[in-house]
Design a protein around this ligand. Structure first.
Ligand SMILES: [Zn+2]
Ligand SMILES: [Zn+2]
Length: 105
């Protein structure tokens, strides 16, 4: 008697998993999609903290942006720039900078 060969496809099924955040103690869901993503990236460890806490930590590590106050070469108004302005180059406030970038008719 002829038997159909059974084809076994191995699939890794991910299921949503609830984890308690080590930082805030709240439960969060480590979703199936995230688990697949972690596996794809080769991350061995499950997240220990919820997304909010992880984001907060990420942001805390970032250096606060330093602003330099300059006087706009065009309108004379005060402008804040994120780079150290050099003295031999004109600096513009965002409004004047945008204006200058527009092609003139
Ligand atoms: Zn948390
Ligand atoms: Zn200006």
């Amino acid at each position: 008697m002829y038997e159909n060969e059974e084809i076994v496809v191995e699939t890794v099924e991910f299921q949503d998993e609830t984890i308690v955040c080590k930082d805030c103690g709240k439960e969060f869901v480590f979703t199936a999609g995230e688990q697949a993503f972690y596996k794809e990236k080769g991350f061995m460890n499950k997240p220990k903290a919820c997304k909010a806490c992880r984001d907060a930590k990420k942001n805390a590590q970032k250096e606060p942006r330093e602003y330099f106050t300059v006087v706009c070469s065009e309108c004379g108004g005060e402008a804040k720039v994120t780079f150290q302005p050099s003295e031999d180059r004109p600096v513009y406030c965002s409004a004047c900078f945008a204006k200058r970038r527009q092609p003139r008719d």
